[in-house]
Write a protein that binds this ligand. Structure first.
Ligand code: PGA
Length: 254
């Protein structure tokens, strides 16, 4: 089954609203010229509204990097799905390993955030990934299976079909050492199989599974050439217009 490739940048804690608007002003024509793929940017919460305005009139998708599952309330420092939507954004990253590592996001919390995102019509990008010791101890697939099951708990097959899953090995994030295309493909095949077991073939075939971790202009095409890799989640290399442009323009084999 052919899935529309999904290529997203994750700016993490970089860029003010002004810097976001400048980037998007230069980049949005690139996104408009690539109609065969979805292109997205996950920006800091403070830049959401400016970024969404700057992207208006282009197909560039703007998203947040996290959300809280309640719609509103006494939750100092948090933002909700309706707030993200209200800022003009349509996507949200959930369960990024940095959230899991530094801010206590467990699979259970990820599942609640996912339900909240879907309830408000946001496109969720749910991240899973093993760390170095888990990989070295041969636990990669077990860890991923647990994360996937826990993070997607309670999801209907219909809802599952609309999400994006990002495989991001923690040891590859920000280290300059990406997974080899073979390593990534092996995990993606496994994740698709697990998704089929949980949600059935029809829904699982529609879920886009993207790879993240030290993606650069030099390795993007090789990773995208893998049949089970439906796109990329790009951190550091999404901060500059020229490198992110090269990445999103990479040939996609499907
Ligand atoms: P990186 O980050 O591309 O800088 O390795 C990827 C991510 O954390 O999403």
């Amino acid at each position: 089954m052919s899935r529309k490739p999904f290529l997203a940048g994750n700016w993490k804690m970089f860029k003010t609203g002004e810097q976001a608007a400048e980037f998007i002003g230069q980049f949005k024509s690139v996104a408009a010229s690539l109609g065969d793929r979805d292109i997205a940017l996950a920006v800091p919460a403070t830049a959401l509204e400016t970024a969404a305005k700057a992207a208006q009139g282009s197909p560039l998708i703007i998203g947040a990097q996290n959300l809280f599952w309640e719609k509103e309330g006494a939750f100092t420092g948090e933002i909700s799905a309706p707030m993200i939507k209200g800022a003009g954004a349509t996507m949200v990253i959930i369960g990024h390993s940095e959230r899991r590592q530094f801010f206590g996001d467990t699979d259970e919390k990820v599942a609640k955030k996912l339900a909240a995102a879907l309830a408000d019509g946001l496109l969720p990008v749910v991240c899973v990934g093993e760390n170095l010791s888990e990989r070295e101890n041969g636990k990669t697939l077990d860890v991923l299976s647990t994360q996937l099951t826990g993070s997607l708990a309670g999801l209907s097959a219909e809802a599952a079909a609309s999400i994006v899953v990002a495989y991001e090995p923690v040891w590859a994030i920000g280290t300059g050492k990406s997974a080899s295309e073979g390593e990534a493909q092996e995990v993606h095949v496994f994740l698709r199989r697990r998704l089929k077991e949980t949600f059935g073939a029809e829904a699982a075939d529609r879920i886009r599974i993207i790879y993240g971790g030290s993606v650069k202009p030099e390795n993007a095409a090789l990773i995208l050439a893998q049949s089970e890799i439906d796109g990329l989640l790009v951190g550091g290399a999404s901060l500059k217009v020229d490198s992110f442009t090269k990445i999103v323009q990479s040939p996609y084999a499907g």
